[in-house]
Write a protein that binds this ligand. Structure first.
Ligand code: TMP
Length: 213
């Protein structure tokens, strides 16, 4: 790999709860930095100061009265701020941006999980992002039971994680449909493998994408 990029690269990591993608995001970022790349590691919701306030509202477990529409608009508000304040300036500056979640999360969770019309979601997305998509998306795929069990072990409880198993199954199916629709952009990683194997697979995919730049 070479550390000279003409233009930056925008990478998103996606998946249901408990796939280990946040750990893998850190490992990838560290490895790219070691190779001499300028890397920005970020996340949604909460990649900016304003976004972290929005994240608190979204994930607070006792906000049970939140309507699906308010939830959708808050994720999009977070994304609009994130894209303009952090992602686009970095990519335009030749950096590699790795975000833990982006628009595919909204399609999977609010669309397939909540059942909001996908066409409607996409029209809101155009307002929030102008339709900008990552250059590469890595989907960490795992069966829902294993993911939720791993999450319980991590003692992590937020409002979305409190949804029942059927919700999370629909989210996973949603991700697999996104993968099927956009195989050029979205690459799947089997998150049931050992962490080192996952790390190597991610590295292989990113290396392949970097060669195209
Ligand atoms: P996480 O950062 O710990 O993965 O938590 C974010 C939660 O928010 C997770 O349950 C997925 C959910 N989410 C959505 O429902 N829609 C979205 O657009 C995004 C970015 C996240």
């Amino acid at each position: 790999m070479t550390a000279n990029l003409k233009k930056g690269i925008f990478i998103s990591l996606e998946g249901i709860e408990g796939t280990g993608k946040t750990t893998q995001a850190k490992l990838l970022s560290e490895r790219l930095s070691k190779e001499g790349y300028d890397v920005v590691l970020t996340k949604e919701p909460g990649g900016t100061v304003i976004g972290s306030r929005i994240r608190e509202i979204l994930l607070q477990p006792d906000h049970t009265e939140m309507s699906y529409l308010a939830e959708l608009l808050l994720y999009n508000a977070d994304r609009a701020q994130h894209l303009n304040e952090k992602i686009l300036p970095a990519v335009n500056d030749g950096k590699i941006v790795i975000t833990d979640r982006f628009t595919d999360s909204t399609i999977a969770y609010q669309g397939y999980g909540r059942g909001i019309d996908i066409g409607f979601l996409k029209s809101i997305d155009i307002i929030a992002t102008g339709g900008i998509r990552p250059d590469l998306t890595i989907l960490f795929d795992l069966d829902v039971e294993t993911g939720l069990m791993r999450n319980k072990g991590a003692n992590k409880v937020d409002r979305l994680e409190l949804e029942d198993i059927e919700f999370h199954k629909k989210v996973r199916e949603g991700y697999l449909k996104i993968l099927e629709a956009e195989p050029e952009r979205v690459k799947i990683v089997d998150a049931s493998m050992q962490p080192e194997q996952i790390r190597e697979k991610v590295w292989e995919i990113v290396g392949w994408r970097l060669k195209m730049s």
